[in-house]
Design a protein. Sequence first.
Length: 238
Amino acid sequence: MHTTALVLFSGGQDSTTCLAHALSKYQRVETIAFDYRQRHSVELQARLKVLAVLRAQFPTWSARLGQDHFLDLGVLGKVSETSLTREMAFSMEQTGLPNTFVPGRNLMFLTLAGALAYRRGLEVIVTGVCETDYSGYPDCRDDTMKAMQLALSLGMDKRLVIETPLMWIDKAATWQMAQDLGGERFVKLVVEHTHTCYLGDREHRHEWGYGCGACPACELRERGWRGYKSARPQVIQS
């Protein structure tokens, strides 16, 4: 029976929902984030606000929420020629993948998270990757997660579990999971304080949260909100 977890926590909708999932399930939960020179670096500030609100408004979770870790991964930005790390328009590449794909990003995140989990005595690594409602990134697929779990466990000679609570659900179900985990108060937290927009827009406020409303991340988040709202006519009005 696992009792400890490390959550890859960017401050976005998905990772915040995964953090709530971990806090509902494990006795001690720590968080980790990475600065890879992403254009939407505002998420690194948003995540601190999310953590502060969680600690203030959810006492049961707060008692389980441990240390937050922040790693500089600037080298990833240097080797990445993508629309998340460069000033360029969003588009599809000849490979069939969007140019928002940062090669090796989740592989590096999980490797470093595994090293930290090893040092901190944490048994489970929780990440918000998804293969159902996503942009087609190969490092978000279930097979990749299983391969990484095996590689980390073998390479560190210690059993590490990679948990993916969102792997087989869409964004509407992710909103519903937030509701199920923390009620309307937690949904309001996700709306108001998490950040998803690839352009880092915190000026334009929509009923589903802040963002430009046009980038791929905003489109996914809004579509999920619409689906969640239509399934729950009584959902909070923001």
